[in-house]
Design a binder for this molecule. Structure first.
Ligand code: CAA
Length: 422
C-alpha cells in the first residue's frame, strides 16, 4: 500500500514587503538580498493573524466538500507557538469544525516539527489505512529590525492531507535522520525573536545534510541519479542552492557545474522566494512550488526531500510523484493567493512588525482593518485568545495601499488595529 501526501494547500499573509525596498532603507545593495540571499519579497503577518489563523486558512480548502468525520488526526507543527501548554491544534480543530474523535496536538523541533508530524501521520495511516490525517505547518519567522536575519523573515502555513493511495506523493518509508546539539538558532520562552548564529547555522545545515544523505544511501541503496528533483528546507532560497550544490558534489565525488544541478531545484524555489521563511512549512512550500510551477511533468519521478530544524535535527527522505498528480494540485488558488497580495510601504511593515498583543493577558480587541483570510484573531480576554471566522471577507484590491500613498496613509488605515484601546 502506498501512503503519502494526497493534497497540499499553502496559505501566506495578504501583505508583503519588497526586499529591494528594504535593502535601500537598510543601506544594503538590493542585489545582496535578491541574489546573495535569494529572496524577492517577504510575507508580513497582519495584526489579527497568528499561527492559528494561518493554519486554519491553509487547512480550510482541503476540507471543502469533505466528510469532516473522515479526519482522524490534526497534527500541527510550529516554531512560533502561542502557548506553553495548550496545543494550537486545538484552536484550529474548533475553527475547522473537526469531529471530537479527531486527535489534535502540536510538534516542536524548530523547522523540523512538520517532518516529525508527517512521519507520525504516515505511520498512523500505514496501521489504519482508512484513516486520513491533516498535517499543518505554520510559522512566523521573526528576527530583529535592521539585523542580518531581517531579510530572511516571512510567514505562512502549509496543510497536507495524508492518506493511503495518495494522489500527489507516495512517501518511501526510510527517513535518514541526524541529530546533534548545536546552538545555531533558538528562541528562549521570553523572546519573540529568534537568536541566531547565522554563519554557524548555514554550516550546520550543510553538515546535517551530508550526514543524512550518507545514511539514506546506506539505508536504501539509492544514489544521486535515482532522483529527478530535490526539495530543501528553505530559510532563504540561496541556502537551498548552496545545499544542493554541495550534495551534488558529494554524491558525484567532484564539483558539479551549476547548469547540471540548477534545474533539479529551480522550480522548488519560486514560492519561497516570494513568501520568505515559513520555518516548519518551508520544505513543503518548496514541494508545492516544484509540483505546481514546473513545466515538465513529473509523473512517476522520485524526489529527494531534506528537512532541517536548527538545534538540530535533519532528515533526508524520498517520495514518488503519482501519475495524474496535476489534477490534485491547487495551482490556480495558490497563484491567485500570490497575485492578490498587497505591497506594504516600509513604515507600515515596521508598524506591523512592532505590533504585539499585551503580554499580561489584559483584554484587547484587534480591529478588523486588515485582511486575515477566512479567520482572524479577534483579541484577548481573560488570558484567552479569541478567534473568529470572517464572515464577509474584505476583497483585497491590489492597488491599495499603493506604495505612493506612503506611510502616512497606511498608518491611518491600520491605525485602529495597532492602537491598544484605552
Ligand atoms: N550582490 C550579490 N551578492 C551579495 C552582495 C551583492 N552586492 N553583497 C553580499 N552578497 C552575498 C554574499 O556574498 C553572501 O553570499 P555567499 O554566502 O554566497 O558568499 C550573501 O550575499 C549573504 O551575505 P553575508 O555573507 O554578508 O551574510 P549576512 O551577514 O547578511 O547574513 C544570513 C546572511 C547569515 C543568512 C542572515 O540573513 C541570517 O542570519 N539569517 C537567519 C539564519 C538562517 O536563515 N540560517 C539558515 C540555516 S538555519 C535554518 O535553516 C533554520 C531556519 O529556518 C532558521
Amino acid at each position: 500500500m502506498k501512503v503519502g501526501i494526497d493534497a497540499l494547500s499553502v496559505y501566506t499573509p495578504r501583505y508583503y514587503l519588497e526586499l529591494a525596498e528594504l535593502a535601500v532603507v537598510r543601506g544594503v545593495p538590493p542585489e545582496k538580498y535578491l541574489t546573495g540571499i535569494g529572496q524577492e519579497r517577504m510575507a508580513v503577518p497582519a495584526p489579527g493573524e497568528d499561527i492559528v489563523t494561518m493554519a486554519a486558512n491553509a487547512c480550510l480548502p482541503l476540507l471543502e466538500g469533505q466528510d469532516l468525520n473522515g479526519i482522524d488526526m490534526l497534527l500541527l507543527a510550529t516554531e512560533s507557538g502561542i502557548d506553553q501548554s495548550k496545543a494550537a491544534a486545538i484552536y484550529v480543530h474548533r475553527l475547522l469544525g473537526l469531529a471530537p474523535h479527531c486527535q489534535a496536538f502540536e510538534f516542536k523541533q524548530a523547522c523540523y516539527g512538520s517532518t516529525a508530524a508527517l512521519q507520525m501521520a504516515l505511520l498512523q495511516v500505514a496501521r489504519h489505512p482508512e484513516c486520513q490525517v491533516l498535517v499543518v505547518a505554520t510559522d512566523i519567522a521573526r528576527y530583529g529590525l535592521g539585523t542580518a536575519g531581517e531579510p530572511t523573515q516571512g510567514a505562512g502555513a502549509v496543510a497536507m492531507r495524508i492518506r493511503a493511495e495518495p494522489r500527489l506523493l507516495a512517501i518511501e518509508p526510510d527517513f535518514a535522520c541526524c541529530t546533534e546539539d548545536a546552538m545555531d538558532f533558538w528562541r528562549p520562552n521570553y523572546r519573540d525573536e529568534a537568536l541566531v548564529d547565522g554563519k554557524l547555522s548555514m554550516r550546520v545545515y550543510v553538515h546535517i545534510l551530508e550526514e543524512c544523505w550518507r545514511r539514506h544511501q546506506a539505508l536504501t541503496g539509492l544514489g544521486y541519479a535515482d532522483f529527478a528533483r530535490f526539495c530543501y528546507h528553505q530559510p532563504f532560497t540561496r541556502m537551498a542552492e548552496k545545499a544542493h550544490e554541495r550534495l551534488a558534489g558529494l554524491a558525484c565525488g567532484h564539483a558539479v557545474e551549476r547548469p547540471l544541478w540548477w534545474p533539479q531545484i529551480a522550480d522548488s524555489l519560486l514560492y519561497g522566494r516570494l513568501m520568505g521563511n515559513s520555518y516548519t512549512g518551508s520544505l513543503y512550500v518548496a514541494l508545492a512550488s516544484l509540483l505546481e510551477t514546473g513545466a515538465e511533468a513529473l509523473d512517476g519521478e522520485r524526489l529527494g526531500l531534506f528537512s532541517y530544524g536548527s538545534g538540530c535535527t535533519g532528515a533526508f527522505f524520498a517520495g514518488t510523484v503519482q501519475p495524474g498528480y496535476r489534477a490534485a494540485l491547487r495551482t490556480a488558488a495558490h497563484r491567485a493567493l500570490f497575485a492578490e497580495r498587497q505591497a506594504l510601504p516600509i513604515a507600515a511593515y515596521e508598524t506591523m512588525y512592532r505590533f504585539r498583543l499585551p503580554a499580561d493577558g489584559s483584554a484587547f480587541l484587534v480591529s478588523e482593518g486588515c485582511d486575515t483570510g477566512a479567520f482572524r484573531l479577534a483579541g484577548i480576554d481573560g488570558h484567552q485568545r479569541q478567534y473568529e471566522r470572517v464572515r464577509n471577507r474584505r476583497p483585497v484590491r491590489a492597488t491599495e495601499p499603493a506604495a505612493e500613498a506612503g506611510a502616512e496613509a497606511t498608518e491611518r488605515r491600520y491605525g485602529n488595529s495597532l492602537a491598544r484601546p484605552q
